[in-house]
Ligand binder design. Structure first.
Ligand SMILES: [Fe+2]
Length: 295
């Protein structure tokens, strides 16, 4: 079997095919897939035929996987490595309460997965089991080339800066009723604004909807800078979307890309998406925890 690579944008994103992902892969094939992922940042595989079990097994070629904590393991899935990224509840019905819906709508803002955790995510592998008739795409933005293309003065400004990331901040921005004070009372994780990938050596702009403040900067000024960077990364030349049919899977490097869920009718249509998440590779900067601010 030989891996086929069809670029989506000239510098970012590719559709991969030619390998049966259900079967255990030999090391040469696994390495070819990893190299394609490093090169293109985001890939899509169509009609994989993967099950939860083979999805988890394939994901391991990229490294160690996160598991859902036991206390949150009341999930539809028997495998703890499988995270629910659709709009269904534990019974497999469309989640009907507004709070759950708002919580999930936070995923429609540009973000990187789990940037609010000291141990960051590397790869995310998102597989479609059921797709809505319209919408429900994933949008991706090329944070590496967006960094490379920054004016030199902006690169100088960003060098050494850190941002504080809090999960509740993105939920507030999506409409959940967290106050500023409540979020101040939560721990935050400090991450570099410009992150160097430990394997490719490429730099990426590492902010998104979980990034709340720039350390040492006035809040309004820091938030304006975060918004400016996200607007820069999400210019049309850096962005594409993937629309899914059952069996399709997208894979993205959270240390290379921002992503967001596309709109769809989440009240009336089912969207069953299942995700495994790979821990960032050894050598990645580990975020530092900022304790809750004093009231
Ligand atoms: Fe996400």
């Amino acid at each position: 079997m030989s891996l086929k690579v069809e670029p989506i944008l000239p510098r970012f994103g590719a559709e991969l095919s030619g390998v049966d992902l259900i079967q255990p892969l030999d090391e040469e094939t696994a390495e070819a897939i990893r190299q394609a992922q490093y090169r293109w940042g985001v890939t899509v595989w169509r009609d994989t035929g993967l099950t939860d079990e083979t999805h988890v097994a394939f994901s391991r070629i990229f490294g160690d996987l996160f598991s859902a904590p036991a206390m949150l393991a009341k999930s539809r899935f028997t495998l703890r490595e499988m995270f629910d990224a659709g709009n269904l509840d534990q019974q497999g019905e469309i989640a009907s309460d507004e709070r759950t819906r708002l919580y999930k709508r936070g995923d429609r803002l540009w973000h990187t997965d789990t940037s609010f955790m000291a141990q960051k995510s590397g790869w995310s592998l998102l597989r479609c089991v059921e797709a809505p008739p319209e919408g429900g795409a994933t949008w991706f933005a090329d944070a590496r080339n967006a960094y490379d293309d920054l004016p030199p003065a902006m690169k100088d400004k960003l060098a050494g800066l850190e941002a504080e990331h809090v999960h509740a901040w993105s939920r507030r921005r999506a409409g959940m009723a967290y106050t500023e004070e409540e979020i101040d009372a939560m721990p935050a994780v400090r991450q570099p604004v410009v992150l160097t990938h430990p394997i490719t050596g490429r730099k990426t702009i590492y902010v998104g909807s979980h990034a709340r403040d720039i350390v040492g900067m006035d809040r309004a000024e820091g938030r304006a800078l975060i918004d400016e960077l996200v607007a820069w990364i999400t210019q049309p030349q850096y962005v594409f979307s993937i629309t899914y049919k059952p069996g399709d899977m997208s894979i993205w490097d959270n240390l290379a890309a921002l992503h967001r869920g596309g709109d769809y009718d989440d009240v009336n249509h089912r969207r069953d998406m299942r995700r495994t998440t790979v821990k960032s590779p050894p050598g990645t900067h580990v975020g530092t925890v900022r304790e809750p601010m004093a009231a």
